[in-house]
Design a binder for this molecule. Structure first.
Ligand code: COI
Length: 380
């Protein structure tokens, strides 16, 4: 099990990538989506509803290790009703994107960081470790096979979803001896309906997505399942997203249902909840910390009391709030509400620094700006 932090995972060289991709046997579909249908699907895809023609797959058996690296036709999986994942939720996933640059080439962002986090999530969920090489190789092999599915255009990309689950037919409670790893791909536009616009956040004081020693820093489906009811309640309060507080004191900001959160102060400093073990170590989060620091601003990872932010919105010391993640990129927050407060953020408009950081990050991802930190990997 690797202990590499997502911010320090070492990079794979282009020449090494060729060898990793070659390990995958491409069993192409004999029924590809017609060009015209694919082009139509790429026009304005709703997040996570359209999928490319193929998927990457590797099978794990306790006795044999990882077997049968392949690219196969996208389609339903055959799963026994007693498959362990359906009962005990032994499952993890990642979120990444492939970006088409103006010259037609296709790139991804910091894949080794996602691979390292996937290995940490696997360790926490008692799943087998997949090597960084197999993780990156599978993503590259799928994107090369389905390269025509990578959209071009502002805010469009091919969203990549690597995941791993316990496939063993067994109802006893122990780590599964049979596991499947797959990568699927979905052309996407902006995550939130209505495009890039300020979203409203409800701060939940009744539910938590994770507690000390729990699975909060692992990217496992269970964390997201736990966020669904509070998310529904937030929507009933008229908000787009829920924000969770820490489970110990119920007073400090943690994260949203599937995004990290940042606060911009009037003195120019930028703050985000520190990694306590119950917060996901976002790849976008760590990249933003770097980009904000590059601007000479103070970046502070700390425990952030909700009361301080509520007061700061009232007295003007809090200027902007934004959410971030692979899917959400950098999304401005225009309103923060809870049981005892309801404040506009940045007058309900996209914050200036928020949008600057969003553009700086996406300019690197779409090849419009120099990749000063060596974050981009060419896939095709
Ligand atoms: C991502 O940002 O890629 C995620 O996995 C979060 C999910 C809300 C889509």
């Amino acid at each position: 099990m690797t202990t590499t932090s997502s911010t320090t995972a070492s990079s794979i060289l282009p020449s090494e990538l060729e060898d990793l991709v070659a390990l995958f046997d491409v069993r192409g579909t004999d029924d590809p989506t017609p060009d015209a249908d694919r082009e139509a699907a790429l026009q304005a895809p709703k997040f996570g509803t359209v999928f490319s023609d193929h998927m990457a797959r590797i099978t794990w058996r306790q006795a044999d290790g990882w077997l049968d690296r392949r690219i196969e036709k996208y389609g339903p999986l055959q799963l026994d009703p007693a498959a362990a994942v359906l009962h005990y939720a032994q499952e993890i996933f990642e979120g990444m994107k492939a970006y088409r640059h103006d010259d037609g080439s296709v790139w991804t962002f910091r894949p080794e960081a996602n691979a390292a986090r996937f290995a940490r999530s696997a360790h926490r969920l008692a799943l087998p470790a997949l090597s960084i090489d197999d993780f990156v190789g599978s993503v590259a092999a799928l994107v090369r096979t389905d390269v025509d599915w990578v959209p071009s255009g502002e805010d469009s990309s091919l969203y990549l979803r690597p995941f791993m689950f316990a496939s063993e037919t067994f109802l006893g409670v122990r780590p599964a001896a049979e596991v499947e790893y797959l990568v699927i791909a979905s052309p996407v536009g902006p995550y939130f309906a209505g495009g890039v616009r300020p979203v409203s956040i409800w701060v939940d004081e009744d539910y938590h997505r994770s507690g000390p020693g729990g699975t909060g820093d692992a990217k496992c489906g269970g964390n997201y399942a736990a966020s669904l009811l509070p998310q529904l309640l937030a929507q009933e309060k008229g908000c787009d997203q829920v924000c969770f507080l820490d489970a110990t004191t119920n007073t400090h900001l943690e994260e949203l249902g599937g995004m990290n959160v940042f606060v911009v102060m009037a003195d120019g400093s930028v703050h985000t909840p520190e990694l306590t073990g119950s917060i996901l170590e976002g790849v976008t989060r760590s990249s933003i910390l770097q980009l904000v620091g590059d601007r000479g601003r103070d970046v502070v990872e700390r425990r952030i009391p909700l009361a301080e932010i509520v007061q700061g919105l009232a007295d003007g010391t809090v200027r902007e709030i934004f959410a971030c993640g692979t899917a959400a990129v950098v999304t401005p927050v225009g309103r923060l509400a809870g049981s005892t407060f309801d404040h506009a953020v940045a007058g309900g408009e996209p914050g200036e620094l928020t949008m600057d950081i969003r553009h700086e990050l996406t300019d690197v991802q779409y090849g419009r700006a120099a990749d000063r930190h060596g974050w981009m990997r060419r896939l095709a």
